[in-house]
Design a protein around this ligand. Structure first.
Ligand SMILES: [Zn+2]
Length: 263
């Protein structure tokens, strides 16, 4: 027993738009985790990073594993640390290896004080400006700050935006759809009425799939991994009344277009 599942009879290529593949999340199992992702049909995983240190290790991993697509950003939780300049510099240096800038965004659940929120906004704005300068899309986190995140991005004229694991109201999400933004849906959609409502409201042409591994597993508290993308795919299919293979196909096409990736 190596813990690997048998390949499914019918694999449809799937694209994981947001995962945290750092070694510290998976230890020695990282290679098995990637192997299991391949076995369910995942053809690409956008490996987002939260700090310059994480970015360096994901850049190395992507050289060994071409299906791992690196994304560099300073996470809002770390916005108060003095790593913004270093992050911006790394993004410039590795521009041609990157598929997006992220994970960036606003987290007002973490930042309760106005001063911290201003630091988060400052970090986000600098990274949005750089995304525009370099022609890269944004991989965006927002927690208890959906409306504020969307309006800041719109004010700045950001065009290529993926809102990952969006926790806001469907009506707020629709204002982002109007601006041309995309949403990625994690496996936790099976246990989240808010995310189910979101999927119902969003047009299929703006939906991508993500694992957000190791977070947002189908079962609360369990360690998540990219192979669970299939769970998200099947739940989106159920809500939309479509075959899961069709959801896999459309979301993969959306992701390839959004990130500008050729497989
Ligand atoms: Zn994340």
């Amino acid at each position: 027993m190596d813990g690997l599942e048998e390949p499914l009879e019918e694999n449809v290529p799937m694209f994981d738009a947001h995962a945290h593949l750092n070694r510290e999340n998976f230890g020695q199992e990282l290679e098995d985790v990637i192997e299991r992702a391949k076995r369910v049909g995942i053809v690409a995983i956008v490996a987002v990073t939260e700090s310059p240190r994480e970015a360096e290790s994901i850049l190395l991993l992507s050289k060994e594993e071409p299906m791992v697509k690196p994304s560099i950003g300073l996470h809002p939780e770390l916005a108060s640390r003095w790593e913004l300049e270093e992050t911006l510099q790394l993004i410039r240096q590795h521009r041609d290896e990157l598929v997006s800038i992220g994970e960036v965004g606003l987290d007002y659940w973490i930042a309760k004080e106005e001063e911290e929120r201003e630091l988060q906004k400052r970090a986000l704005k600098s990274q949005v400006e750089l995304a525009q300068e370099l022609g890269l899309p944004l991989n965006v986190h927002s927690r208890s700050a959906g409306r504020q995140t969307i309006s800041l991005l719109k004010e700045m004229g950001a065009k290529r935006v993926l809102l990952h694991a969006f926790d806001g109201k469907a009506s707020v999400a629709l204002s982002a759809v109007e601006a041309g933004y995309f949403f990625s849906i994690p496996p936790s959609v099976v246990r989240s009425p808010q995310k189910q409502k979101l999927v119902k409201a969003l047009p299929m042409e703006r939906i991508l799939l993500e694992s957000d591994a190791p977070a947002l597993a189908p079962v609360a508290g369990e360690r998540n991994e990219p192979a669970n993308l299939l769970v998200a795919c099947k739940e989106v299919a159920r809500i939309k009344g479509m075959a899961w293979q069709e959801v896999a196909k459309i979301t993969t096409e959306n992701a390839l277009k959004f990130f500008g990736v050729d497989l």
